[in-house]
Each structure stands twice: as C-alpha cells, then as structure tokens.
Design a protein around this ligand. Structure first.
Ligand code: ACO
Length: 427
C-alpha cells in the first residue's frame, strides 16, 4: 500500500502521496496541491522543501554522513583523486582504468585558455576578486564554444565538462598571477590536475615550482571534500538557471556567483580573518564566541553551523587532520590552527552552540589548509569553486536528463492591493 498523507483545508481532505528515498528519507508530494486546493506551501529559505529527486549525493545531517553516489566521503578522501571523483559524480560510477586515463588526458589537453580570451585579463583591475573573474570567464567560454551551447549527446557533455573542469583551474591561477603582476604560466602537460594548478600558481621564470606529492595529495583531498553537497545554495542556483535550458558554461558561472557570498563559500575567508585577528591582537577567542551568541551584534561565528548538519560536518574532521599533516610537511607553526582548535573546544562546550547543534563546518579548517599550501586568502573561495565544479556539472546533467520543468517558485503576495494610478501633480 503506498503511503498517503492527509491534509484538511476548509473542511476538505486532500490525499498527498508520500515519497521515500533510497536511504529512507520521506517527503510529502505536494505537486498537485495548488491545482486541487488553491493553496501553496510557504517555506522561505527552502529549509523544508525538496526541490528535486537526485541520485548524486546523500547527506544525513543528524549522523554527519556524506556520500557521493553511495561512496562514503571518508573512503573517497583516503583512496580517490579529485578527477576520479569528478567522473564518479558526473557519470554515476567510478571510472574504469581506460575511462580514468582518457579523462585525465582530455583534461590535460583542455587546460590551456584560447589565446583570444587572454586579453580579457588585461581589462580586469589588479585587485579584481577572482570569483568575479571566474564567473566572467566562464561566460567568455560560452562565447568561445557555440558548438557546446546546446548539449545533445555524450560527446558534447564530455567535452563541455572537461573544458570547464580543466579551465576553471587555469582561470583561477591566471587571476592570481594577474593580481601579483606576474606572467602567466602555461599548464604543464606532465602534471596532473592539482600539481598543474600549483605549477601555474607558483612557478616563476627560472624557478620551477617543485610539486611536493603530499601537498598535491592535500589539494586533491580539499577538492574531493568540496566536490558536491547536494542542494546547497550554489548548486540549487545552477539547477534553477539550468532549468531554463541555459547552457552549461553560464549555469556554472551562476553557481560561482552564488558561492561567492559570505554565508556560503565566502565563509572560509572570514574564518581565517577572524583567527588572524585573534593571533595578531591577542584577543581572547571567548570574546568572539560571546559576540556570536549576542543576537544584537549581527555577528555569526564563521565556519560554524550548517543548514543540514546538526552534528559534525564530516568534511571538517577530515580537513582538520590534513591541516596538521600539511603544517608538519611545510614546517610551519600556524598559530591560527591552535586558536581554531581552542575556539572549537569552547564552542562545543557552550550551551548556546550545544542547544542549536552548531558544529564546525567545512570552512572552519579549509582556509588554514590552503594557507599552509601557500594559497592566499583572496583565492580561498575560488578554490572552493574549482572543487565544486564537478558537482555543479553533475546536477546540471541530472536536471536535463530528468527533462524537468523550468524552476519557478510561487509566493504569498503581501504588497498593496489594487489602487488607481495617481498623476504626477497629485503625488
Ligand atoms: N554563530 C552564531 N549563531 C549561529 C551560527 C553561527 N555561526 N549559525 C547559526 N546560528 C544560530 C542562529 O542565529 C539561529 O539561532 P536562533 O535559533 O536563536 O534564532 C540558530 O543558530 C539556527 O541557525 P539558522 O540561522 O536557522 O541556520 P541556517 O540554516 O539558516 O544557516 C548558516 C546556516 C548560513 C551556515 C549559518 O549557520 C551561518 O551563518 N554560519 C556562519 C557562516 C558559515 O560558516 N557559512 C558556511 C556554511 S557551509 C558552506 O556553505 C560550505
């Protein structure tokens, strides 16, 4: 017997089907509610709304579980590479040796930017935020590839995905070089994805950057952990834009814009700024905890809390362990890590944080890791964007495969009711 929910409105009973996901999550299907009753449901911020059915990523926020295509994040973090994970997200299965090698070769082939697009970098001011450059350049790619604006077969999907995944890394590195007034480094065909990014960022004329395998591994880990996170703000944005059958480049560009915000991907920068302030001024971390608890301050403890996780964000745990390892390799004692651990300790014992189930999220330790690798704070969010790109692409693909309707929420209108137009002289 299919499960049914009953809703009584104005004395009439409506039967609503109940859907169950493969992990047992339940949803009341209200898709026909308005048509049948005239009512809509209201859920600002979509905290209680399933916007789609998806087979890509599973999160159990109460248990602190994250899985891509059924694989636990901890296992992927230990054994996979970013590129393999990207394939897994987009195509649903881990790649065979042949598929992995083919994809890797395609990404290497696609790493360069078309020379016609390079002059765009000259137009950006020196301090242009890399997220603005990345979103703009993705639309430049849309201009460059009219043959990929409509993806109608597997070959086009593979080429569009490879171009975007490979080139977002080149664009990000070039944005950094531009900000430093340094010449661009062409991607090196001998390097793999993360090593090549480090080379494009840090090699300078006559001084080739030596890619340390453990640092390359740590960057892979960072990217894997950020690769997808079901219907978060930027991914939902990609799906909304994509639902209008907007091309892949522009839909991903919209995801970059959404990610830029400080409540989303921008939080990793805020965390490091806060930790640095504490280290530099010698302020007591407790002061920040108290300020976060005071609603009138408007201050939130960046890197804490999550819409879905009401337990440890598993990504934060993995990152914390990696930070300690990388700091040892590079031989740096970063005091901000000590402050971060102190803050975590204070927050986890504080009733305000306990009652609201506020735990460190992925952004709490990611900035310290990136800084240990040598990546400056203004590049943190763009690093997140590089990592999230396969997730955006896989969600865009899934949406199109499902052939869904254009996304178009409704609203409850609270403005003025009908009134006559007032001539200018009478206002
Ligand atoms: N510091 C202090 N209080 C907090 C924090 C925080 N970081 N996060 C949530 N709260 C409080 C809220 O004020 C609210 O309190 P109330 O019940 O007394 O009103 C309660 O905890 C519930 O939080 P919501 O605001 O309902 O949580 P929501 O799901 O809307 O927001 C968010 C989630 C945006 C992540 C929020 O926790 C936050 O702003 N955190 C800091 C920014 C951050 O780290 N963002 C990165 C998120 S992860 C990511 O995008 C990769």
């Amino acid at each position: 017997m299919p499960e049914i929910a009953r809703l009584i409105l104005d004395g009439k009973t409506y039967e609503l089907p109940v859907l169950t996901g493969t992990e047992g999550e339940k949803a009341v299907d209200i898709r026909r509610l308005r048509e049948e009753s005239g009512y809509i449901t209201l859920d600002d911020g979509y905290g209680n709304t399933g916007s789609c059915q998806s087979a890509i990523t599973f999160i159990d926020g109460d248990q602190g579980i994250l899985r891509y295509r059924g694989y636990d994040i901890q296992e992927l973090a230990e054994h996979s590479t970013f590129i393999e994970t990207a394939w897994l997200l987009i195509y649903g299965e881990l790649p065979t040796v042949e598929q992995a090698e083919g994809f890797s070769a395609l990404l290497t082939e696609q790493a360069m930017l078309h020379t016609d697009t390079l002059h765009h970098f000259e137009g950006f001011p020196e301090h242009a935020p890399p997220m603005a450059i990345l979103s703009a350049m993705l639309n430049v790619m849309a201009c460059q590839h009219p043959e990929l604006l409509k993806i109608e077969n597997e070959a086009q999907l593979l080429m569009g995905s490879a171009k975007i995944i490979s080139k977002v890394r080149t664009i990000a590195a070039f944005a950094y070089r531009k900000s430093k007034g340094l010449p661009f480094n062409d991607p090196h065909p001998d390097y793999k994805y993360c090593g090549n990014f480090l080379h494009m960022m840090f090699s300078i004329p006559y001084h080739h950057y030596e890619v340390h395998p453990d640092i390359e591994r740590a960057l892979n880990l960072f990217m894997i952990l950020h690769a997808d996170h079901e219907q978060n703000c930027s991914t939902s944005t990609v799906r909304i834009v994509g639902s209008a059958r907007t091309n892949l480049f522009t839909s991903v560009s919209a995801g970059v814009c959404a990610l830029w915000g400080p409540l989303h991907g921008g939080a990793n920068v805020e965390v490091v700024q806060m930790l640095d302030e504490i280290v530099k001024t010698g302020k007591n971390p407790r002061e920040f905890i108290e300020r976060a608890k005071d609603k009138s301050s408007g201050f939130k403890l960046s890197g804490f809390g999550h819409r879905v996780y009401k337990n440890f964000d598993p990504r934060a745990r993995i990152l914390k362990a990696s930070v300690e390892k990388v700091l040892k390799i590079v031989g740096i004692r970063d005091k901000s890590l000590e402050v971060a651990m102190q803050m975590e300790d204070l927050a986890l014992k504080d009733p305000y944080f306990i009652e609201r189930k506020l735990y460190p999220n992925v952004d709490f330790y990611s900035g310290i890791l990136l800084r240990a690798i040598g990546i400056p704070a203004d590049m943190f969010t763009v690093m997140f964007a590089i990592g999230r790109t396969p997730g955006w692409i896989s969600n865009w693909k899934e949406l199109l495969d499902q052939g869904g309707r254009i996304n178009r929420p409704r609203q409850i209108y609270t403005g003025k009711t009908l009134r006559p137009y007032v001539g200018r002289e009478d206002r």
